[in-house]
Design a binder for this molecule. Structure first.
Ligand code: HEC
Ligand code: HEC
Ligand code: HEC
Length: 110
């Protein structure tokens, strides 16, 4: 009886986990930034303000570690995603709107 409760409990948790991963993903994450240090990335803030997943996910799938995998598979160049981050921040800033960082040290944190 007790054992059964535990198994049911686990499968509910596993289901919730899968639903979470397939949804919007983590609200904040740390992207691997090589020798310059990792890059903290406010994922949810971008989803809320940009309202278009494809602005980023046309470059890589909606999976944890997708950027590193695409680079390893030769589907993305090193710093290609970084350039997309920078380009959008620069263009947004040029329009006078609130934008993200454009300098190395404001993105890469050691
Ligand atoms: C400004 C860029 C950007 C936008 C816009 C964006 N994402 Fe992401 N997303 C990322 C990055 C970066 C990763 C991490 C990839 C990696 O780990 O290599 C990611 C990872 C994910 C993951 C898998 C990782 C996790 O947290 O579970 C999911 C799911 C996801 N995104 C869903 C979405 C959805 C749904 C939208 C639109 C509502 C969206 N994303 C919009 C950049 C973005
Ligand atoms: C808008 C944020 C942002 C800015 C500004 C930025 N970076 Fe990055 N950088 C990233 C992200 C995200 C990655 C990981 C994804 C990728 O490789 O495209 C990265 C990756 C890197 C890597 C690792 C490449 C590899 O895989 O070996 C280096 C080195 C790097 N950046 C150096 C710099 C330098 C130097 C500057 C300033 C001239 C800079 N970055 C500015 C976000 C940024
Ligand atoms: C298509 C446009 C676009 C892309 C692509 C984009 N950003 Fe941004 N980013 C924004 C805008 C607009 C803001 C400011 C408004 C906001 O915080 O929602 C911002 C804000 C930020 C901030 C500051 C958040 C804060 O709390 O002040 C960080 C850090 C950041 N972006 C990192 C990144 C990284 C790293 C990438 C690439 C993986 C990226 N962004 C890709 C548009 C973009």
């Amino acid at each position: 009886m007790f054992k059964k409760t535990i198994i049911v409990g686990f499968s509910v948790l596993a289901f919730a986990g899968a639903a979470f991963a397939g949804g919007n993903g983590q609200a904040t994450m740390k992207l691997k930034g090589g020798s310059m240090g990792d890059v903290p990335f406010p994922h949810k803030a971008h989803q809320d303000s940009l309202k278009n997943c494809d602005l980023c996910h046309k470059m890589f799938p909606k999976e944890a570690g997708a950027i590193e995998k695409a680079i390893a598979d030769g589907k993305l160049k090193k710093k290609e995603v970084m350039k997309a981050c920078e380009t959008c921040h620069k263009e947004t800033k040029a329009k006078g709107a609130a934008a993200g960082p454009t300098s190395c040290r404001d993105c890469h944190k050691k």
